[in-house]
Write a protein that binds this ligand. Sequence first.
Ligand code: MCA
Ligand code: AMP
Length: 515
Amino acid sequence: MNHNLLLQFETHFRATPDKTLIDTPEGRRYSYGEVLATSQRLAGVLQSLDVQPGDRVAVQVDKSPEAIMLYLACLQAGAVYLPLNTGYTGAEIEYFLGDAAPQLYVCPTEWEADAKRFYQEGLVVHVESLGTTGDGSLMERAAVAEPMTDIAYLEASDLAAILYTSGTTGRSKGAMLSHANLASNSRALAEAWRFTANDHLLHALPIFHTHGLFVACNIVLTVGASMTFLPKLDVEQLLDLMPRATVLMGVPTFYTRLLQSPRLDRDAVASMRLFVSGSAPLMAETHDQFRERTGHVILERYGMTETNMNTSNPYEGERRPGTVGFPLPGSEVRITDRESGAELPRGETGLVEVRGDNVFQGYWQMPEKTRSEFRDDGFFITGDLGLIDDDGYLHIVGRDKDLVISGGYNVYPKEVEQLIDELPGVSESAVFGVKHPDLGEGVTAVIVARESETAPDEASVQAALSNRLARYKQPKRIFTIEALPRNVMGKVQKNELRNIYADLYAVKEADETAV
Ligand code: MCA
Ligand code: AMP
């Protein structure tokens, strides 16, 4: 049997070729038939560039329908799709390309000349560009390419994608996701959330992460639905488009920002049947305010790049604020003791571990790291702390891993600390998350000066990081302190730092009334 994920979508391409699959706010519209034709030509381009099954195709482009066509082309050709955040800077990109050794790197048209250096440096074999309006060298090639018509024959464990996630060591790890991982998870979600071909999704997430790419697009493609692609979150545009839509998926910031618009009321959401939130904790107060204003109870779910989606609040039944619901069909969740690894009874807090068809194949070229994050019986240790309540709802109560989630983007402190520590005058630093009204957590740093030296000031640290880290990873505030708080084992007490700076980003009452 061919396990190619594309086969899960294929029936809709054939059955409803005239139906719109993707449209854009400015009125571009792509039918299933058009998407199929273009993606087949793009698959032909991949073949002409000698992209073989299993080869990586690194794609660092701005959001566009054509980027999805390229994703489909990679599935068809059996190539491994490797999406990269466009916010990554030179050094970050070089690491990903060096690690994944892609056959092809696709970048925005305006970067193409500069990106040729990756080819000259031997990091990639080909460099092509893709713009947001169907422009770029890749589409020029596609216009004259011979379409690929067959679909690569693949095993269930063959890789569909590699998504890099930062790590506690500071070195990003490529999570390897198979065709079967993605296929099973989108089927489970489509069923759990009652998706049908009549649904229209408002898509305002980036498409280089699990949430916007796999959760959102794969579900739409699995059921033959349609979606509007917004380039990024724009609340007023979202509200303009809402009367045509049935579903919105977002990170919690989507909902806190929607709540700031006086236009959000029951009439504005009259056509909507579902609002989904994930990637970061949704505050119970956002949940409550949204229900009061719209009558809709946001459905919160829980996932990870490595595992796709694990749990979801129910479509029918109580969606409980502050919880992430029950395991999806095919997924198992257990809570274990941090020290002994023994399973804990309901109500007790421990490590969240998951197992199922949704769980990834391991980290790219990191067998040791992969082994250390799996139990012998196949459960993956998520690094999140949680408990299962008496009714079976999973609560994520904290993180065992040192991670900041800012607006749904993950920031691993170690990566930022390593760069700060290299700066002249810095002895050591600590990076941590502080409650932020818009982003959930705001990245914050403290630095300690070298003995008898002066630490660089906030502006110079920010300037030094500006070209070395994606913007969302850069600390919003940086303070110099005498010494890092440590416990008797010498471990930096980030909880203490979080407490000291707890109100740093708090909205003052006066500001609130001004909003
Ligand atoms: C943008 N900026 C940010 C962030 N986003 N800073 C910190 N954290 C962020 N998340 C910076 C920009 O660099 C810029 O800085 C300034 O904020 C404004 O940028 P802008 O583009 O206008 O921001 P925005 O459009 O308002 O974006 C905020 C956002 C966006 C809507 C929260 O970040 C977003 O769409 N996040 C979703 C991320 C996501 O999809 N996560 C899923 C990961 P300056 O002005 O100084 O240059 S997948 C996952 O986590 C798992 C699997 C799961 O469960 O889903
Ligand atoms: P990523 O590594 O980008 O895939 O992010 C995955 C992490 O996001 C998880 O390990 C959790 O810490 C967090 N996360 C995702 N969804 C939720 C949620 N609904 N509530 C709390 N944390 C979440």
